[in-house]
Design a protein. Structure first.
Lengths: 114, 110
């Protein structure tokens, strides 16, 4: 079974620029999650999709972050404009149905803001 | 092996000994718990899970214990190996949301 795929693996941008991350979940997984992991901390949920609908985006800074999951498969997360404090690893995860099943993570995109 | 009663950010263990990693969770309504292992440069890797109607679950070389009375979760690793060196996170599910703890860095001494 192929795992969660993410790209790019690394991204360096200057503050106020925009950036986008892509995620392809495990085939057949209905639920997709984006997490932000700041160095030395555990992952923090940004947004959760069930198929192509948003279940929870309460922790997403909506003034600069946006995410979509068109067709209920792949997803993109965008930051515009980026701030210095957005430097982190952005992880995508998927699970078969809801969050009370194992979530499987990709290796993330490491974002550095200059 | 080494045993810690409270959550510590780091744990050093001799190769071949047993490891015990502790985690205190915050919400008594949490109904599902997962342990993840994260190696440098990689995403969290699922190790084992347990639901709130159980107090113990065993996997290959790992055992998870759940004490709902004191909201405590532990991960036991038998015969710790160098490949077990990583950061270990516990996560609790509540209200369809998974919340992660601060993580414990495990270092295996040869």
């Amino acid at each position: 079974e192929a795992g969660v795929a993410q790209s790019p693996r690394y991204k360096i941008i200057e503050k106020r620029q925009s950036v986008a991350f892509w995620c392809n979940p495990i085939s057949g997984h209905a639920t997709l999650y984006w997490y932000q992991q700041i160095l030395g901390q555990g992952p923090k949920l940004l947004i959760q999709f069930q198929n192509n609908g948003v279940v929870d985006d309460s922790q997403l800074p909506k003034d600069r972050f946006s995410a979509e999951r068109l067709k209920g498969v792949d997803s993109t997360l965008k930051i515009q404009p980026a701030k210095l404090e957005d430097s982190a690893v952005y992880l995508c995860a998927s699970s078969q149905q809801s969050s009370n099943q194992p979530q499987h993570f990709g290796d993330g995109t490491r974002l550095s803001i200059l | 092996g080494e045993s810690v009663g409270l959550h510590l950010p780091t744990l050093s263990v001799q190769e071949g000994d047993n490891s015990i990693i502790n985690c205190a969770y915050s919400n008594s309504a949490s109904d599902y718990f997962i342990w993840y292992k994260q190696e440098s440069g990689k995403g969290p890797q699922f190790i084992i899970d347990i639901r709130s109607n159980m107090d113990k679950r065993q996997g290959q070389r790992v055992t998870v214990l759940l004490n709902k009375t004191v909201k405590h979760l532990s991960l036991q690793i038998a015969a710790t190996q160098p490949g077990d060196s990583a950061v270990y996170f516990c996560a609790e599910n509540n209200d369809y949301k998974l919340s992660f703890g601060a993580g414990t860095t495990v270092t295996v001494r040869a």
